[in-house]
Design a protein around this ligand. Structure first.
Ligand SMILES: NC(=O)c1ccc[n+]([C@@H]2O[C@H](COP(=O)([O-])OP(=O)(O)OC[C@H]3O[C@@H](n4cnc5c(N)ncnc54)[C@H](OP(=O)(O)O)[C@@H]3O)[C@@H](O)[C@H]2O)c1
Length: 259
């Protein structure tokens, strides 16, 4: 039976880059994103690589949609690769944050990833070898003021992924975590990176390069994937020097995004 890779948040940014990277490697694809964001056009473009492409337009922040999507996939497709890419962030004073903003980040970055993975693991386990790639962030390594829930959600992804990797050891399903630094993936990300000045641009890597490094190392069964030279240095430094000083330095840079 033909096997597929599924990518959440595939319509733009890093998810779109993953789709092209896998298409170049002749991997059949299932793309997932919100409705009316051009997934059908993207699917048609990717089909030019002589692969099979299906797409689902759904809001993954709703549990019933996650269950519906997983049910349809499990009934119809064999999958050997799950890329949990859809995620959102933002910069906002906690006291001014709207309920929907906070709930949306927690729901998409944490709950949807865990639930979708839980429902698709039985499908992945049917393969001799299968891969799960979860997208964390360099932000996972330090608390950050004015972002608070976003870095915490990415730290959750790190811990949960590495625990799941250990639990699934020996089953043929490998779990990897990707830690991108800043990427100019959409207008909001571009504006935020520009506002931070030089600090914001440290470790900047194009999403296409991030996707290439990530997929290569995913198939090499690496637990931790850090794309870009500067990010590798930051990764080591941040893990060594986690401190109030680091939190203050990063938070001061992020504060520039507020106005
Ligand atoms: N950009 C960065 O600097 C950066 C740095 C580190 C880590 N990351 C992480 O990398 C991943 C991709 O980020 P990105 O910058 O490429 O994001 P992006 O450009 O904003 O794209 C996000 C994707 O997720 C989809 N999506 C958003 N909400 C959704 C929902 N409720 N249900 C289903 N799909 C939804 C979007 O679909 P629509 O197009 O339909 O809206 C889009 O395809 C995220 O997990 C992010 O946290 C990003």
């Amino acid at each position: 039976m033909t096997s597929f890779a599924i990518i959440t948040g595939a319509s733009q940014g890093l998810g779109r880059a993953f789709a092209f990277e896998l298409a170049k490697r002749k991997t059949n694809l299932i793309l997932v994103s919100l409705p009316n964001e051009g997934l059908s056009l993207l699917a048609a473009e990717l089909a030019n690589f002589n692969i099979k492409v299906h797409f689902f337009e759904t809001d993954l922040s709703l549990q019933q949609n996650i269950e519906g999507l997983a049910h349809e996939i499990n009934e119809t497709f064999q999958i050997h690769c799950l890329i949990n890419n859809a995620g959102r962030g933002g910069t906002c004073r906690f006291e001014e944050a709207k309920m929907a903003y906070l709930h949306g980040i927690l729901q998409l970055n944490i709950i949807s990833v865990v639930l979708l993975t839980r429902l698709l693991v039985p499908n992945l386990r049917k393969q001799k070898q299968a891969f799960i790639l979860n997208i964390s962030s360099m932000a996972a390594f330090s608390p950050i003021a004015y972002k608070t829930v976003y870095p915490a959600s990415k730290a959750f992804i790190r811990h949960w992924s590495l625990g799941l990797r250990e639990e699934l050891r020996g089953t043929g399903v490998s779990v990897s975590v990707l830690y991108p630094g800043p990427m100019k993936t959409n207008l909001d990300a571009m504006q935020r990176i520009e506002k931070q000045g030089l600090k914001g641009k440290m470790g900047l890597v194009p999403p296409e390069d991030v996707a290439k490094v990530a997929i290569t190392n995913l198939f090499r069964n690496r637990a931790t994937i850090v794309p870009g030279f500067m990010n590798k240095i930051n990764f080591r430094m941040m893990r060594l020097f986690e401190s109030r000083l680091l939190t203050r330095l990063i938070s001061n840079a992020v504060k520039l995004e507020l106005d």
